[in-house]
Design a protein around this ligand. Sequence first.
Ligand code: DAH
Length: 342
Amino acid sequence: MEQEIACLRARFAEEIGNVSDAEALENLRVAYLGKKGEVTSLLKNLRDIPNEQKKEVGQLINAIKTEVETAIAKKMDELREAALAAAVSGAKRYNPTLPSTEELGSYHPITLVQRELEDIFAAMGFTIEDYAEVVNDYQCFESVNIPKHHPARDMQDTFYLENGQLLKTQTSAAQNHIMRKYGAPLRAIFPGRCFRNEATDACHENTFFQMEGMMIDRDISISNLIYFMKTMLSEVFRRPINVRLRPGYFPFTEPGFELDINCLICGGKGCPSCKNSGWLELCPCGMIHPNVLREGGIDPEEYTGFAFGLGLTRLAMMTYGVKDIRDFNAGNLKVLSQFESR
Ligand code: DAH
């Protein structure tokens, strides 16, 4: 028996030395430790051993069993490490310049509309700015002329963090930063995600996108505002767009407006989509309030400017005919992968 065990040990050592992959290792394990494996049958044969030798032989068999088990586990680790090292060292390296063989992804419809607007504004000399989503009270409200306890805050309830910061309710939160960054004159747009504590339905979301814009220079007037909005919207909708301004109240504008466009469906004649008015409300805007310019370090005696806060999510709904705003955030790829840049 001892002889047999010694042979088995030698054979096993040789065989495991030849193993170079996980499959071969598993076969070896079965051959030695499986139900009909070599070590297992040694244990079975133990019953034929005379009683006085059983203890000693039993110990020998158990020892070889442990040896085989340990060697297999060690080999398994070695193989895993080798596979990892090969992957890292680039045996199968990812080459980002090769065309994909997988199905291609698609852009989110809001990204598509955002990029289209960015191109239009960039062509008119505007820079494109990025800004934080987590801001403080000063950035979101006070710097844009909404002091604490101002009733205008009621319309923009949001999510507050324990450290006093909040999720920005409007892209106007970046106005002050951008004025301070560039000074006057400036032309900038700043798209961004905004948050409000809203009950959601087909038209309301707690998370949505706006695209804010500002133009500040000497002698900027409402005519400039109308011209830029008309040009931009005619580009977006690919047809001449008529606009009208109605008075609107925003603490950071003086005067402030609601900008309407002629209804895209009936062209202005009146239809159910525009509630027979011929107009669709599209974009709040106005001349930047002197307090806001001053807070941004710009002298309102020398410079004036206009600003607007376009609802990017709403524009995406209009351009792509999306009826339910919640589709944008639901993460349903069947819905979201249908959109292409136009
Ligand atoms: N921040 C406003 C809102 O979210 C929208 C707005 C109105 C932005 C007028 C402007 C503006 O820049 O001039 O309701």
